[in-house]
Design a protein. Structure first.
Length: 550
């Protein structure tokens, strides 16, 4: 019996996976996604499956519910849920297992929820189908479920559509759907990856509370080792479809034996060492910057108010340094960055290299664009799938006329790719042929090819695995030192910000609530809101949740 099969509380396992191997047919070849995986899960415990993208975590989880695509083939193995074999089971039996015995919460609720159906209809559907409840009984049960998962003002939100809820609220709805039939096992597949750190901490608190109250077993899938450290009893580390290390969390994290586990543990972003006294001049600054969006109502679309996305923000950044802008979704971070680049209208003075740029006409701004670039959060969305890497990176050179001909552009693209650690031979490939980390390097190369002075990095690591995230942070620090770049790093992940920033702006509801040198803000935050953010990000425990609520 493997370590992963040792139950903490004794008793027979309610989930057993034995020697599971899963492959997929792709273009006449067979891709082995899961290789001889075995583990047990007992009532009331939490087992974490950990690994990077492509390690086989989600394929293993979806195999339990038999939700894989028709191209999947189970070449070996058994899966037992409460003693019942799942692989090869009749569809009628699988319908009873799904929801009744095993519930699942997916990573991105916006793509999992039907955008055209109300919250009440989506949570209630499974109750009407599986429990045959009346409409009145269904509504009562839906309200109970939404209250149980902590959705504020649940009754008023029954008719809400998914897009009308925040990310954390949508995830609570997903959890309510998963718990509707009171399952024995809850599969949580990266349920907090897309959430702000404070909302992430609240969702983790909720899952722990529900587990205690309902006695569920939880299979938690993640690449975030800090989450595993907090919530899991046992952990299985997966690499390339195999479990390479397993055991109690304290044992594995305290003395990892496999090189891959050691690599994951060592990949946490390290705090940035201060650059010392800086005597350089300000490269970019803003004074009382405001971005207000009008709220229009009525037939004549009369303005009745404003959304104050950025409301009186002032700061400056010295050449060669990094300012980190942190806060929750909706705090105004990205709007601030877009205003600085004059990509949206704003009020207030913006200075770049000691010259006012907020008064420049659009045609005059164009010459400055090469000096002020941006790297977006999702490289898969920001890179055109129809263009090769060469075409993507050279586009700025074409627009600004910075090369004599195609050969010189290709040489510059090659140099930019090498600067970000990519082989120039990949320039004729397309974005879908790269991993997430490689795509982000392409996005950085596209910005660097213009030799900018100022670079806005808008959540550039949030969609990446922890090891790739650490590599990207190291790359950005190296590029800054080599080319004297000035960064604005926008993020809700304070662990990453701590690894990059010299100074910090903490934003809430469009305003700066705290600012200063990174060491001061991280070591001695003055505001309750900042303390709550730091607590959620670095300890994954919100001690000042009231600061978030108010």
């Amino acid at each position: 019996m493997s370590i992963a099969n040792v139950a903490l509380g004794g008793g027979p396992p309610i989930l057993s996976i034995n020697n599971l191997s899963v492959s997929f047919a792709q273009g006449g070849t067979e891709i082995k996604a899961v290789k001889s995986v075995s583990f047990d899960l007992c009532a009331g415990e939490t087992l974490a499956l950990v690994g990077e993208s492509g390690s086989g975590k989600s394929v293993t989880a979806l195999s339990i519910l038999q939700l894989l695509s028709p191209t999947a083939r189970f070449s070996s193995g058994e899966i037992f849920v409460s003693g019942q074999q799942v692989i090869g089971a009749e569809e009628e039996n699988l319908r009873q297992i799904r929801g009744n015995q095993v519930g699942i919460v997916f990573q991105e609720p916006m793509t999992s929820l039907n955008p055209l159906h109300s919250i009440e209809k989506q949570v209630g559907e499974v109750l009407m189908v599986q429990k045959n409840l009346s409409a009145k009984q269904t509504r009562t049960t839906v309200l109970e479920l939404l209250d149980m998962v902590g959705l504020a003002d649940a009754k008023a939100r029954l008719n809400a559509l998914p897009h009308e809820l925040s990310g954390g609220q949508r995830q609570r709805v997903m959890i309510a759907m998963a718990l509707a039939l009171e399952p024995d096992i809850l599969i949580a597949d990266e349920p907090t990856t897309a959430l702000d750190v404070t909302i992430q901490a609240q969702i983790l608190d909720l899952l722990e509370d529900l587990q205690r109250r309902l006695g569920m077993a939880v299979l938690f899938i993640t690449h975030d080792l800090e989450i595993v450290r907090r919530i899991a009893d046992r952990v299985c580390v997966m690499q390339e479809g195999e479990i390479v290390e397993e055991g109690l969390v304290a044992d594995v994290f305290g003395k990892a034996s496999h090189p891959y586990t050691q690599k994951l543990l060592a990949a946490q972003p390290k705090a940035w060492t201060t650059r010392g006294l800086d005597i350089s001049e300000d490269l970019i600054s803003a004074e009382e910057l405001k971005v207000w969006f009008p709220i229009k109502k009525g037939v004549i679309r009369r303005t009745v108010g404003y959304v104050k996305a950025v409301d009186g923000v002032s700061f400056s950044v010295k050449a060669g340094q990094t300012i980190g802008v942190v806060g929750e979704s909706g705090s105004g971070k990205t709007t601030l960055g877009l205003a600085l680049l004059r990509l949206i209208n704003s009020d207030g003075a913006i200075r770049f290299n000691n010259s006012r740029i907020d008064t420049l006409a659009r045609k005059d701004m164009r010459t400055l664009r090469r000096s002020m670039q941006i790297v977006f959060q999702d490289p898969y969305g920001s890179l055109s799938p129809r263009l090769s890497v060469n075409q993507i990176v050279e586009e700025g050179l074409v627009v600004h006329g910075l090369a004599r001909d195609a050969d010189e552009r290709r040489q510059r693209v090659s140099a930019s790719l090498m600067n970000v650690g990519l082989d120039p031979d990949v320039m004729d490939r397309y974005p879908h042929e790269f991993s997430g980390g490689q795509r982000q390097r392409v996005a950085i190369a596209r910005a660097l090819v213009l030799e900018p002075e100022f670079l806005i990095l808008d959540e550039p690591t949030s969609a990446l695995d922890v090891s790739v995230q650490a590599q990207t942070v190291d790359l950005l620090n190296d590029l800054q030192d080599r080319f004297n770049l000035t960064y604005m790093f926008i993020s809700h992940d304070l662990r990453v910000v701590r690894a990059l920033a010299d100074n910090i702006l903490v934003m809430k509801d469009g305003k700066v609530v705290e600012s200063g040198p990174a060491a001061d803000v991280f070591n001695a935050p003055q505001q309750l809101y900042t303390q709550a953010l730091l607590s959620a990000a670095l300890d994954l425990k919100v001690e000042h949740a009231d600061a978030i609520a108010h």
